[in-house]
Design a protein around this ligand. Structure first.
Ligand SMILES: [Zn+2]
Length: 243
């Protein structure tokens, strides 16, 4: 593999960082974001990662797509412009932030707060995947809302702006009526993040952590002793009462 030979490797506490060429100049900043994010995961979970992982900073969109095509066995995959990273039990894949301006949309590397939360979001996926019997989420069923909602909520991406949009959608009766539609469309982060925020608030952090081990929506709802309909009603009430 000629590509592999170009990777440079740096060993850090808990992870190994792989990067190429131009990213050399930014790697200190990447490490800062990683270390901050790892601290956030530990603080939120009062727990640690169960194993070390790799972090790959891909030099361009083509390299990232090639990686995802191989990992997900989808040879025709062309990632959408807003997709810049992924996290599974053993690794984090990231499109070089130096390329976000030209090869991505919706992300601004210059926005430090949002970039930090984006990296932290992926770290929560890694933490989650290390607790899940399907370490790359390939076998999870009907849980997009929970996997993405967990990472969105825990990383602090479900901010007041997004919550206000969700409140409006609920009041206007345009919010989706089933969980399968939560991780879709423009409001996906707010929808998925806010329902996990509701679960955390109502059932507590320990219960939320217990849910990370489940592979199906049925298991998650069973552990909460609720139905999809009840959960959605309780979520809507919770959001409507928010100031
Ligand atoms: Zn995600």
């Amino acid at each position: 593999m000629s590509l592999t030979e170009e990777w440079m490797q740096e060993i850090h506490k808990g992870y190994k960082l792989y990067y190429q060429g131009d990213d050399e100049s930014e790697k200190k900043r990447y490490v800062q974001y990683m270390d901050d994010g790892i601290r956030s995961v530990k603080f939120f979970s009062k727990d640690n990662f169960s194993k070390e992982f790799d972090v790959y900073v891909h030099p361009d969109r083509k390299a990232l797509d090639t990686q995802w095509q191989n990992d997900w066995k989808m040879p025709d995959l062309r990632s959408e412009c807003w997709m810049v990273a992924s996290g599974i039990a053993g690794k984090l894949d990231l499109l070089s932030p130096l390329k976000w301006k030209t090869e991505a949309c919706e992300h601004d590397y210059g926005n430090k707060d949002k970039t930090k939360k984006l990296i932290t979001h992926e770290l929560f996926h890694i933490y989650h995947a290390q607790k899940n019997p399907s370490p790359d989420f390939a076998e999870t069923q009907g849980l997009d809302w929970f996997v993405e909602g967990f990472a969105t909520f825990a990383s602090g991406q479900c901010d007041t702006e997004r919550l206000a949009e969700i409140k409006k959608a609920i009041e206007n009766k345009t919010a989706p009526s089933q969980l399968d539609d939560f991780w879709k469309g423009k409001l996906k982060y707010g929808l998925s993040g806010s329902i996990v925020m509701h679960i955390d608030s109502k059932y507590g952090r320990e219960k939320l952590k217990e849910l990370l081990k489940y592979k199906t929506k049925t298991e998650v709802l069973g552990a909460l002793k609720t139905t999809e309909k009840e959960l959605l009603e309780a979520w809507a009430d919770y959001i409507k009462k928010m100031k």
